[in-house]
Each structure stands twice: as structure tokens, then as C-alpha cells.
Design a protein around this ligand. Structure first.
Ligand code: ADP
Ligand code: MG
Length: 728
């Protein structure tokens, strides 16, 4: 008897929703465990407070004296809340968050002890970095890495530990995490965007990049998840026949949330609110047991931290409700996968959303400037943008038959398409007064109106303009948003930098007025980047053909896509914008390629084990029962035996064929794996894993899933799709 499976089902059916009572108003709870501005005002001296605010707003260095003050106030605040430990909290390139806890507790001789935390401990730590991926940046003999305080993301208390958000860099200064390049990219886009804003408003001093992520996930009963070695080890099912009922009836999306899930969500949201994560929206997603959570958008660096923290919090809270959260992009074949939409925009310190149309023609020209430059940037670096969201797990969405496709394109809707068409027709050079009036009144001036009824939505687009922001939808649900946000902000920064040079040249050398110069450059941009715009069905084969004609990349697998990370163009982009050195860029490529290889390798091993140690023995056992039965029939029916056991014998043969196929294919997969492992060239190895090892997964799975339909349900060892997806 497959005890684990039936035990899990029984437990799950018996488990009742664990009621979570919300005792306080969320507005009162918000940020309770965050050392935010309000707490700093309360705990810090004015000098220290000003120092930290200056660091946050202008990147000014914090001197040691002030750091000491901040540290001791943080400690007092933390101790008052029963906290015993502190940690530098960072995001290494493993994909999860890292922390090493130290107690405040320290002995001072004579049997005495104190709680100590000073500026030195706050500002910098030296964790042993040798076990984090570095892409060859650090040799093991120089394994030192540093974490350094990021004052722009406030410290918070999590699980009785004071967590201080930090960057993580090598001894030699290279970034070893997601945050460091992100901060550099945000700085770059601030600089170049602010310079452009000055064409329109001299008062703008700072531009902030904002991010509002939407996190999709699956909730599965904890015991059921634990009963499946594939979910336990890889985060997804490697086999399993689809359930007779899946998502065909469209009855889950926005449906009423089952109360067990709802209690989980309420507790999760409460934890988030206490941690200062401004969660706002929750709903059922398309697939059974799939859900989404979205916060109010925040400054990008903080939003990235909050998403990383959320992924951790989710796991812990889920466990209390006997759930396992699956963040994997494709935990179940045959039903929708999960993504993490990244809503992105730029906002000035004067409160203007640069991707939101304004009220006057001039503010609309500013909107068009940022809108078109973003499109142009994405056009120039589409392959890099694709690369930045590449991973073994996201390959199941991009490039498979799922939204969105691996081709990067931008959806802007009917009406903005028309606006761009009209702008494309603007006369070269100086404009006549009539033309200017026409432009102001009928093209630029009309934008707010057109957007108001711009209800176009295209769910197949990987990058869509949604009224006052762009929505990058191709990001994977497991991803750290830091990577796509770094790339997007960098390419826009670079594009704006080039734009300024071109506009200034027209003003200084051709004597054009500012708005004429801007119109002229934008017109040329539209011409050269409009082939990234696509309003049609992104799944279709037609689009693949059309995209190829347009020269857009279509890299369906991670090893192919990642190459764009280290193209000459990408390396010089990151260098020029001060975001990553060549060494850092190349290191990231290496880390991501290695991570891809390891993921496929692990999946391959797990699948081989399950097929050989669980599926084949079960099939053999059932086959023996059938054989025994046929023997008995022969005894009873004698010469009539053929007529009554024909189907049975066919079944025995069918099972034999599947068993045979599984064994042969697993052997072939292992051989291919060995071949790949012996390759020293990273790219070749990854490609071999992608094109030789991975295709075996589907072949093996096919036969295992067929057996699932043939073999007696009573002895089938793996918890089935219908059980995992439909038990509440
Ligand atoms: P949907 O895309 O699901 O229709 P919305 O348009 O309401 O939903 O917004 C989705 C997400 O976009 C939310 O998480 C929200 O915080 C975020 N968002 C809204 N405005 C901005 C902005 N200016 N910058 C970044 N994110 C934003
Ligand atoms: Mg969305």
C-alpha cells in the first residue's frame, strides 16, 4: 500500500481551516516591526536622523559617530521588542535571502554581560563568502566578502531578529548580490532622467524608479507536497497525469477564495503589514489552487527587498496552515504557470509620474519623451531583457505554449499607436507655426483623453503599457525582481543619456527650439524602434515568423538566451552606465549558466529515481496481479479462455511496453547526463543539458503518466494531480 499518499489525503481531508483572527486594524499595524522614519524620529538625535535621511535621499556617506548612534538606537528599539539577535540581511545570487544571526549579547569580564551593537557592526560585516556563488570572482583562498548597510531600505524585525538590509560585495569590490547593481542602476536612471526632466521643469532634482510586483503562487496541502519527492526536491511535479477536470471550466479565476486559503492569506497579509510590505490585492488565479498577491507599488529598491522577504514569509506562514507554497513557474503540467508581473514607472521628486500623461501639451510631450525612450531602449536591448528573466524554471513559460512568449515585444494599445503614427509624420527640422499648433492641439494635447478610454488589454504581451506604467510580465514567479529591474532601469538610463545628446546637438548646432528638437529626435526613434511594437496574439506561429522578419530574438531556452548577457553590447552598456564591470557581467553569466545546469541535473536525477524506484516496481506489481488473474481464467474457462482474457493480455502487454520504454529512456537520459558532465565548456554543457537531457523528461513522463491511467489506483504511489489540485 502506498501509505504516504493515502495518509496525506486522509490528513488533508481532515484538516480544518486554521482560523486567523485579525486583532488590530492594518493601518495601526503597518510597519510596526520596521525601523522606519517615524521610529527614527523617535529614537534618534536630530543629527543622526538628518544623517540617515541625507544618506537615503542623496547617497551621502554616514560617518562613524552617527552610525554608532543609529546602531545603539536600533538596538534599544529591538531590545524593547524582545529581540535577541541581529543579522545583515542580503540577497546573494542563489535566489534566496541570506542571514547569519549574531546575538547582541556580549561578555565584558567579571562574570558580567551586556547587549552591544555599535556602528561598526551596523555598517559592515564579513560573512564567510566562500559558499555563495561568485562566478569565479573570488578564489577560495581569498574568500572574503563584505556586507554593507543599505540605509535606503529600513531595518526590520523578523522572527525575533533585527534584520539590516545590506549589499554583498567581494573583497575586491565586485558585486556578489542582486542589490548592488540595482542600486547603481537606480542611481544611473535618476541622473539621466533628471537631466531630461529639466527640459520641462527646472525644479526637478530627483527621479525615482518605482516597482509594483504581482506575485503568483500555488498552495498545496503540506502533507501531499511532502508525499511527492519531485515537489520536495525540485519545487514542481516531474510527472503526473492531468486531472480530468483542470481549468477548462474557468471556474477558479476570481472565484470565492476557499476558507483554508483565505485564513492563510489573512495571516500572511498581517505579517506583511507588520513588516511594512503594503499588500493590497489578493485573488484566485486561473489554475486550481493558484493565487495572486500584490502590494501598493514602492520605490524599486524597497519593493525588491519586500518581494524577497515576502517569498520567505509565505513559506513560513503556509507551513502554519499546513500548506506548501509553490513559487515555481510551472509546478503542474496542463494548467497555467505562475509569473511575477513587474509594474514599472519613473516619478519625479515634484510628484509627477513620467509615464502618466499630463494635463497640458508640454507635460504630455514629457510623457511622450519617456514613453518613446522606454520603447526605444527595449528595442535596442530586447535580447538582454529576455536574458535577464531566463532560468530553467521560467523556460516552462517563455518559449513553451504559455504566456508570454520568449520574443520581447511591447503592447501600447490602439490609440497610442495612432499617436506615434502621427508623430512619425512630423516634418524634419524646424516646424511651421501651423504644424506646431496642430501637434499641440490634435496630437499631444489629446493624450489624456485617449488614455482615459484606453481599455485595451493584451494578456499575451510580455511588456505592456497599462495607462501610467509599463508592465513587464515575462518575469518568473521565483525570480528576484532585482535582476530585471537592474536591466530595465539601466537600458532606460542609457537611452535617456543618448537622447539628451541628440536633442542638445539639434539645439546647439541646428538652432532648433527645444520642443522642435525633441519632436525631431522622437520622430527618428519611432521609425527605428516601432518594430518592437506588437498588438496581436503573442502565442501564434504567425508572430514567430513575423518577429523573425523584424529581427527580434526568439531564444526559447536559457542557455541560448543568456548569451545576450555577455554580448559586446551588454558588457559596454553596463560599463558605460556604471552598473557592472566586465568582470561582474561575465561572473553573472557564469553563475546563471551553472545554476541552469544544476537545476536540470537535479530534475533529471529525481525523475530517474521516481521512474525506476516508484513507477516501474508499481507497474510490475500490478502486472503480476493481472498475470495471476489470466492464469486463473485459463484454469476456469479452458478453451474459451481466449475470449475472456484478450483485453487483459493486451493490458499486460501494454504495461510491459511502457516499462520497457521507461527503462530504456532513463538509461539514455543517464548516458546523456554523463556526457554533459564530462564537458568542460560551460556553454556546450548547458546546451547539451538543454537539448539532450531535458527532452528525455517528456518522453519518460509520457510512459509514466500512461501507466498512472492503467495501474490500480490503490497501489499508485504518487499523490495524483486531482488530489493535489482539488482537495481543499
Ligand atoms: P492589473 O495590472 O492587475 O490590472 P493595476 O493596474 O491596478 O492591476 O496595477 C497592478 C500593479 O501595478 C499594482 O501592484 C500597483 O501597485 C502597480 N502600480 C500602479 N501604479 C504604478 C506605478 N506608477 N509604478 C509602479 N507600479 C505601479
Ligand atoms: Mg498585472
Amino acid at each position: 500500500m502506498p501509505t504516504l499518499r493515502f495518509h496525506a489525503i486522509k490528513e488533508s481531508l481532515a484538516s480544518k481551516p486554521i482560523f486567523f483572527e485579525e486583532k488590530e486594524r492594518r493601518s495601526d499595524l503597518f510597519g510596526k516591526n520596521v525601523f522606519n522614519e517615524q521610529k527614527m524620529r523617535q529614537y534618534l538625535t536630530k543629527d543622526a536622523f538628518d544623517g540617515v535621511i541625507n544618506a537615503i535621499q542623496h547617497g551621502k556617506k554616514i560617518d562613524r559617530k552617527i552610525a554608532d548612534q543609529v546602531a545603539s538606537s536600533m538596538r534599544d528599539w529591538a531590545l524593547s521588542k524582545g529581540v535577541t539577535h541581529y543579522t545583515h540581511w542580503f540577497q546573494p545570487l542563489t535566489g534566496s535571502t541570506a542571514e547569519k544571526h549574531d546575538a547582541f549579547f556580549e561578555t565584558i569580564g567579571d562574570g558580567l554581560a551586556i547587549e552591544k551593537f555599535d556602528g561598526g557592526q551596523l555598517v559592515q560585516q564579513e560573512p564567510d563568502a566562500s559558499s555563495f556563488p561568485s562566478g569565479g570572482i573570488r578564489n577560495t583562498f581569498e574568500a572574503r566578502g563584505y556586507t554593507a548597510w543599505d540605509p535606503s531600505s529600513p531595518a526590520f524585525i523578523y522572527e525575533t531578529t533585527l534584520c539590516i538590509p545590506t549589499i554583498f560585495v567581494a573583497y575586491t569590490g565586485e558585486a556578489l548580490d542582486y542589490k548592488t547593481p540595482l542600486l547603481r542602476a537606480l542611481h544611473a536612471v535618476d541622473n539621466t532622467a533628471t537631466a531630461i526632466c529639466k527640459y520641462f521643469d527646472k525644479n526637478v532634482k530627483k527621479v525615482t524608479s518605482s516597482l509594483g510586483w504581482e506575485q503568483e503562487y500555488f498552495l498545496i496541502d503540506k502533507m501531499m507536497a511532502a508525499s511527492r519527492p519531485d515537489i520536495t526536491l525540485t519545487g514542481r511535479t516531474l510527472l503526473g497525469h492531468s486531472s480530468a477536470k483542470g481549468q477548462q471550466l474557468d471556474d477558479h479565476y476570481f472565484g470565492s477564495i476557499p476558507s483554508r486559503a483565505l485564513n492563510f492569506m489573512r495571516e500572511l497579509e498581517n505579517e506583511c503589514i507588520v513588516l511594512g510590505i503594503p499588500v493590497k490585492t489578493r485573488h484566485n488565479e486561473v489554475a486550481p489552487n493558484q493565487f495572486e498577491l500584490a502590494p501598493i507599488y514602492e520605490e524599486a529598491n524597497l519593493a525588491v527587498d519586500h518581494n524577497s522577504l515576502l517569498m520567505d514569509v509565505m513559506g513560513r506562514v503556509a507551513s502554519r496552515h499546513n500548506f506548501k507554497v509553490l513559487l515555481h513557474e510551472k509546478p503542474f503540467a496542463g494548467v497555467n504557470g505562475s509569473g511575477k508581473h513587474n509594474n514599472w514607472s519613473l516619478t519625479t521628486d515634484t510628484g509627477v509620474n513620467l509615464l502618466g500623461p499630463g494635463k497640458t501639451p508640454m507635460s504630455n510631450l514629457q510623457f511622450l519623451t519617456f514613453f518613446i525612450n522606454t520603447i526605444k531602449g527595449v528595442r535596442e536591448y530586447e535580447a538582454l531583457l529576455r536574458a535577464t528573466i531566463a532560468s530553467a524554471s521560467n523556460d516552462h513559460r517563455l518559449g513553451a505554449n504559455e504566456a508570454p512568449p520568449a520574443i520581447m515585444s511591447i503592447f501600447i494599445g490602439n490609440q497610442l499607436t495612432k499617436v506615434l503614427e502621427e508623430l512619425e509624420g512630423v516634418t524634419k527640422g524646424k516646424l511651421s507655426p501651423e504644424e506646431k499648433t496642430e501637434l499641440k492641439l490634435n496630437v499631444v494635447g489629446k493624450i489624456p483623453d485617449v488614455l482615459l478610454d484606453n481599455t485595451d488589454r493584451n494578456r499575451t504581451s510580455p511588456f505592456a503599457f497599462t495607462g501610467n506604467k509599463f508592465e513587464f510580465r515575462a518575469v518568473g514567479s521565483t525570480a528576484n525582481c532585482g535582476s530585471p529591474m537592474t536591466v530595465l532601469n539601466t537600458i532606460v538610463a542609457k537611452q535617456l543619456k543618448d537622447f539628451k545628446v541628440e536633442v542638445d546637438t539639434l539645439i546647439d548646432e541646428k538652432g532648433l527650439k527645444k520642443d522642435e528638437a525633441i519632436f525631431n529626435v522622437l520622430r527618428e526613434y519611432i521609425k527605428s524602434c516601432k518594430d518592437i511594437l506588437f498588438e496581436g496574439n503573442g502565442y501564434g506561429e504567425d508572430w514567430e515568423k513575423e518577429a523573425k522578419k523584424r529581427g527580434l530574438s526568439n531564444n526559447k531556452t536559457t542557455p541560448e538566451a543568456l548569451k545576450a548577457r555577455v554580448s559586446k553590447q551588454s558588457i559596454s552598456l553596463f560599463q558605460e552606465m556604471g552598473v557592472m564591470s566586465k568582470v561582474e557581467t561575465e561572473a553573472r553569466y557564469e553563475i546563471e549558466m551553472e545554476s541552469y545546469i544544476k537545476h536540470i541535473q537535479i530534475e533529471s536525477r529525481v525523475l530517474g529515481d521516481i521512474a525506476r524506484n516508484h513507477i516501474v516496481p508499481t507497474a510490475v506489481r500490478y502486472q503480476n496481479i493481472l498475470i495471476e488473474n489470466v492464469r486463473g481464467l485459463k484454469e476456469i474457462f479452458e478453451e474459451k479462455y481466449n475470449a475472456v482474457s484478450k483485453e487483459q493480455i493486451n493490458l499486460i502487454e501494454e504495461i510491459s511496453n511502457h516499462i520497457e520504454a521507461i527503462n530504456a529512456k532513463v538509461t539514455k537520459m543517464i548516458d546523456e547526463r554523463k556526457k554533459s558532465n564530462s564537458m568542460s565548456d560551460l556553454e556546450k554543457k548547458a546546451l547539451n543539458y538543454s537539448f539532450k537531457v531535458k527532452p528525455m523528461f517528456d518522453e519518460i513522463r509520457y510512459h509514466c503518466d500512461k501507466l498512472e491511467l492503467l495501474v490500480d489506483d490503490e497501489i499508485w504511489p504518487l499523490t495524483k494531480y486531482r488530489e493535489m489540485l482539488f482537495t481543499r
